[in-house]
Each structure stands twice: as structure tokens, then as C-alpha cells.
Write a protein that binds this ligand. Structure first.
Ligand code: T3D
Length: 266
């Protein structure tokens, strides 16, 4: 009997929210080359589609993502250790760049195990909701690696440099409440509420000023390594661009008319 192909990553769209689900639950959604390619393709498609105004990233089963698929990595090391890490530039870096650079908000719905590159992907998202049972681990030190997927940049911004070095070097697993208290995630909800809460946040954001959100993402990312003077100049330029947007003009009119603004993402 012919085997049916089951894609490693799925995408469903409801209204203006695309939900991208890592779907290889037997291996805790560890990242195979196929999964990384598919994820990148779906992220690029969501970025390019103006009808999509927010994205949710999640996993199936009991994991969000356990990081690199180590079985595949072991084979790559055996075949050619010099080329085994090409996946960082070919897949991980473009995936993180497309999450962080997505011109619309991305919500991570962290449903369970979140390790290695999985934490890097979550921290590249704009808002993170964790299920109460979720478990986090930097994991890189455990396999003799330094952090990738942007974690060297994003983790210390989320939790502070001091906690970041301890999380990376000790690799101690921690739960959702600690993830919230240290700044790894924004909020924790009961497992049964994760999907509805993440969808509610994404829907709220999808109904917001999409162009302004894209500008906020650009500004926050770039300002992290800019002087105050350069930041002020960048902000002036971004605001001038937004002055032309229909969302800004109609929201100002709505304020003057004492009505609620209706944002259309343009
Ligand atoms: O080129 C490059 O590779 C560079 C990129 C690196 C990026 C990275 O992400 S490096 C970090 C890689 N990830 C890890 O080191 C995590 C490895 N996994 C674990 O430590 C544990 O599985 C967890 C702590 C995440 C969860 O533990 P537990 O007890 O809840 O589950 P388990 O029994 O260990 O795993 C369940 C199954 O998933 C198991 O398969 P089996 O025995 O039932 O057939 C396990 O082998 C599989 N699995 C879990 N993580 C991975 C994995 N298979 C492949 N790769 C994994 N990362």
C-alpha cells in the first residue's frame, strides 16, 4: 500500500491569521531539513500575503520544538563534519530572519517541550504564550554547541546577560512559570486554553495597524544597536512613512469623531 505523505509543517488560515504548526510530534517536532525548508517557505508566503495580518507558530503533540533533529545531524556529521553546519546559514538563519523581519506580528504558542533552536524560534516571535506544562531547555551545551538561531542576541535581550549565560551554559531545564518570571515568555495559560489565547492575541493584532506594527518591529530591532540620535532620525523617517497610511489617517479621523478606529492594514 502506498504511504501517504504527511507534511512536516502545516499551515491553516482563518480570517487574517495564519497558524503554522510544526508537525512531527513523534520526534518532538525536531527540525529535519524537510521541516526547515517547509517552515521557511510557509513563513515567506505568509510575509508576502497582504491578506494575512498575523501569524501563530506552534507545534503538534507534546512539543513546540526540540531543536535540530539530532539523528539527521549525526548522519550529516558522519558524512562530512565540514558541511554539517551548512544548515545554520541555509535554514536556521533565514527562518529566524523571516520570523523577526515578518512585516506583521508573530505569536508563538508554546505548547510543550521547547529546546535548542526551538527557543531561538520562539524568541524571534513578537509575543510568546506558553502552556503551563511547557518545558524549556537551551540544550546547546548538552550537545557541545554554542547557541544559534539568534539566541546569542535575543536571549540576553529577553532575560538579561547574566541569566542568559547561565541558561546557555548550565542548560538547566525550566518550566513555564519560570519562563514568564524571567522574560522568556509573556504569559502562561492552562494547557487547554493555549490555542484560544494565542488565537485571540493574534486576532487582536491582525485587526490592528499592520504597517505600524511592521515599523515597530523594524525600529526595535535596529534601535538595539543604534545611538539615540540615529534612533530619533529613524523614528522620524518611519513616522513620515506612516503618515501616508490609510490606517493612520482614518484612525485620527475616528478619534476626532469619537468612534473606534477600523484598521485595514494599509
Ligand atoms: O547543524 C546543526 O545541527 C546546528 C543546529 C543546532 C540547533 C539546535 O537546536 S542544537 C539542540 C538540539 N536539541 C537537543 O539537544 C534536545 C534533544 N532532546 C532532548 O534533550 C530531550 O528529548 C528533551 C529534553 C527535549 C525532551 O525529553 P523527553 O524525556 O520529554 O523526551 P524524549 O524521550 O527524550 O524524546 C521523545 C522522542 O523524541 C525520542 O524518540 P524515541 O526514542 O521515542 O524514538 C527522542 O529521541 C526524540 N527526540 C527528542 N529530541 C530530539 C529527538 N529526535 C531527534 N532530535 C532531537 N532534537
Amino acid at each position: 500500500m502506498a504511504e501517504t505523505y504527511s507534511p512536516p509543517v502545516r499551515c491553516t488560515t482563518t480570517d487574517a491569521v495564519a497558524t503554522i504548526t510544526l508537525d512531527q510530534s513523534a520526534q518532538l517536532n525536531a527540525l529535519t531539513t524537510d521541516a526547515k525548508r517547509e517552515l521557511l517557505a510557509l513563513l515567506l508566503a505568509a510575509a508576502a500575503d497582504d491578506a494575512i495580518r498575523a501569524v501563530v507558530l506552534t507545534g503538534s503533540g507534546r512539543a513546540f520544538c526540540a531543536g535540530q533533529d539530532l539523528a539527521e545531524h549525526a548522519n550529516a556529521l558522519a558524512a562530512d563534519p565540514g558541511a554539517a553546519f551548512d544548515t545554520v546559514t541555509e535554514h536556521y538563519n533565514p527562518i529566524v530572519a523571516s520570523l523577526a523581519g515578518m512585516p506583521k506580528p508573530v505569536v508563538a504558542a508554546i505548547n510543550g517541550v521547547c529546546a535548542g533552536a526551538g527557543i531561538g524560534f520562539a524568541l524571534a516571535c513578537d509575543y510568546r504564550v506558553a502552556a503551563r506544562s511547557a518545558k524549556f531547555s537551551a540544550a546547546f551545551a548538552g550537545v557541545g554547541l554554542t547557541a544559534d538561531s539568534g539566541l546569542s542576541w535575543s536571549l540576553q535581550r529577553a532575560v538579561g546577560a547574566s541569566r542568559a549565560s547561565a541558561m546557555l551554559m548550565l542548560g538547566r531545564p525550566f518550566g513555564a512559570e519560570e519562563a514568564a518570571s524571567t522574560g522568556v515568555v509573556h504569559e502562561v495559560v492552562d494547557d487547554i486554553e493555549l490555542e484560544s489565547r494565542a488565537t485571540a492575541v493574534a486576532t487582536q493584532l491582525a485587526n490592528g495597524p499592520t504597517l505600524a506594527f511592521a515599523a515597530m518591529k523594524t525600529a526595535l530591532r535596529r534601535a538595539a544597536s543604534m545611538s539615540l540620535e540615529d534612533t530619533l532620525a529613524m523614528e522620524a523617517q518611519l513616522q513620515s512613512g506612516l503618515a501616508l497610511s490609510s490606517d493612520h489617517q482614518s484612525a485620527v479621523q475616528a478619534f476626532m469623531n469619537k468612534s473606534r478606529p477600523q484598521f485595514e492594514g494599509r
